[in-house]
Structures are given as structure tokens and as C-alpha cells.
Design a protein. Structure first.
Length: 312
């Protein structure tokens, strides 16, 4: 696999071993708020955009949706290394960008300004930059471009689409919320629900109760997160994970809990919403990121200021 056109190694950051690290790739529009610049790019073209970025290269970009998540991930690394300085099972962050190295200087300067521990900046001119995800060992890809996310999922990489929003940076520890069906789990029960309604889905779950649910697109990322979680006692862990699902606990909760147990995936808290809006519970949890496949749930999360990522 060819290397990206230009990869800038951040020598200020200790480089991680991609074979053991949990590698997260973020695009520039996921981590910084580049909406004005993106509008300029669409309206005036690449040359004008590049000129604007060069003129403003020392002006830090405002934080974007995934910014607080990346900060919290850094906090986890710090806590892991405090307990074991030789630990190699760490988060590793790289930025994947369609900027040229010339216009990308502002991205690098912004990351330095905020003290973000990004190990690599990959500036890729190819139409489909997701072809480089596997070669970097990426376990999660966050982008503001739907086509990128769909391409990454097709390549077997956990991926989600972030929508630009104003987010309050919640305090540590790192809090990650997963929806169940079509995110952590496969969409098998969702499909039965679409075809046969709630009664059919409940009946299916009862029949399948002893059989774990299939894997969803974010299972691999969640499992790696769980592995890091287990390095600490429940009380001292700098990672907290949540399941917030539209399933009802009474009729459809048993199989979900059994599946998590079968996978050995530690979840701190599980909420079975029985179709109720998720916004109020998310406002209570204040996660750094919330993954869901339902756009109405993403909207509900955005309405309460929760950084969210859609799994299409």
C-alpha cells in the first residue's frame, strides 16, 4: 500500500506502536471547526482556500465536535502511563486530511496551540483517503464527510460521521456512549422490526435469547476500549462506557446483556429506553462522544449539546 502523499511525523509526541495501540484517525473538519473555510473552498475553490489558510496559518482554528473526545483520550494515556510507564497499549491519534501540506500548516499549528498529542498528520490528495486507514492500523475513523465514513466502513474500519456543533468540553474521565443495534450489535433485530413490527422483534429476541447478537460496525473499537478499561479497577478507571439503546429492558434486554457478557465487554451502565428519547439521559451522562445509527437520536443529542457521531 502506498504511503500518503505527505506524512508529517510530530516529533514533539512519543510515537506509539500501531500494532498494540488503539489508533484513531480524525479528519481536520472532525477535530476543528472549519465550516467557514469549507464554505470558502466550495464557493471560491482550492486556490483561494489554500491562500486563506496560509495567510492565517498562525491563527488557531476553533475546536470542533471531536476535540473534547481527543483531549479525554490524551488524559487516559496519561493515567495509563502513570500506572505503567512501559505500557504500549495506548491511544494513538493521527489526522487524515485532504489539505495540501501548504494549507495544512494551520492544522499542525492549531494542534500544537492546544497541546493535542497527535502523532502524525497525513496530507492526502487522493479522492479516497480511506485507503490509507488499514496501513496505519486505524481502529476508529471520525470524519465530517459521509462518503469517507461509508468507504471506511466498507473497508472494515469502525467509522462514524460527526456533525459540526458547539460542544462544551466535559470533564474527565473519558465517557463513551454506544447505541446497541446497528452500532455495537448487528442490525438483525432492526431488520425483523422493520419487517414484522415490535411483536415480531420481541418474539425473535425470545427465540434467540441464548445466542449472542451478531457484531456491529463499532464492536472492534469497543472491544479495544474495553481491553484498556480492564487495566484499571472499576472505580479507578479513566474510561467509562455506556449502552443507551431503544430496546426495552423487559423484553429485549436479556439478550443484549448476555451478548456483552459473552464478548467480555465491560459496560459501566446500560439504559434500555424502550423507544423513549435519549437526549435527557445523554445530558445526564455528558459523554465526550455518542455513537448512534438513528439521525433522530443524533439530533436529540445535539439539542442537549452532546458531541455525537452517526454510524450510517
Amino acid at each position: 500500500m502506498a504511503e500518503p502523499e505527505s506524512t508529517v511525523i510530530n516529533t514533539n509526541v512519543k510515537q506509539k506502536d500501531p500494532s498494540t495501540a488503539l489508533v484513531i484517525a480524525v479528519t481536520t473538519r472532525a477535530i476543528f471547526n472549519l465550516e467557514e473555510e469549507h464554505k470558502l473552498y466550495l464557493e471560491k475553490g482550492k486556490e483561494e482556500y489554500t491562500r486563506h489558510q496560509q495567510v492565517n496559518q498562525d491563527k488557531p482554528l476553533p475546536p470542533g465536535t471531536a476535540f473534547a473526545f481527543i483531549q479525554a483520550v490524551q488524559y487516559v494515556n496519561k493515567k495509563i502511563l502513570e500506572s505503567n510507564p512501559a505500557e504500549r497499549d495506548l491511544f494513538d491519534i493521527l489526522v487524515l486530511s485532504n489539505n495540501s501540506p501548504e494549507s495544512g500548516m494551520r492544522i499542525i499549528n492549531s494542534a500544537k496551540h492546544y497541546g493535542l498529542e497527535i502523532s502524525k498528520f497525513c496530507f492526502v490528495s487522493d479522492e479516497d483517503s480511506t485507503q490509507y486507514l488499514k496501513s496505519h492500523g486505524v481502529k476508529l475513523f471520525l470524519s465530517a464527510d459521509r462518503r469517507d465514513v461509508c468507504n471506511a466502513l466498507r473497508r472494515g474500519v469502525s467509522a462514524a460521521l460527526v456533525f459540526q456543533q458547539e460542544v462544551q468540553a466535559p470533564s474527565t474521565p473519558l465517557r463513551v456512549v454506544f447505541d446497541g443495534d446497528a452500532v455495537l450489535f448487528s442490525d438483525e433485530t432492526d431488520q425483523i422490526f422493520q419487517e414484522q413490527g415490535l411483536e415480531g422483534a420481541v418474539q425473535y429476541e425470545r427465540t434467540m435469547e441464548a445466542i449472542p447478537i451478531g457484531e456491529g460496525p463499532l464492536k472492534a473499537f469497543a472491544m479495544h476500549l474495553g481491553k484498556m478499561h480492564k487495566k484499571f479497577g472499576q472505580e479507578k478507571s479513566p474510561i467509562r462506557t455506556y449502552l443507551v439503546t431503544a430496546r426495552s429492558g423487559r423484553d429485549m434486554g436479556i439478550r443484549a446483556i448476555r451478548t456483552l457478557r459473552e464478548w467480555g465487554l465491560p459496560i459501566n451502565e446500560a439504559f434500555f429506553m424502550d423507544g423513549a428519547p435519549k437526549g435527557p439521559i445523554l445530558a445526564q451522562i455528558q459523554p465526550h462522544i455518542f455513537f448512534d445509527d438513528g439521525l433522530h437520536n443524533i439530533q436529540g443529542a445535539q439539542n442537549v449539546g452532546v458531541p455525537s457521531a452517526w454510524v450510517p
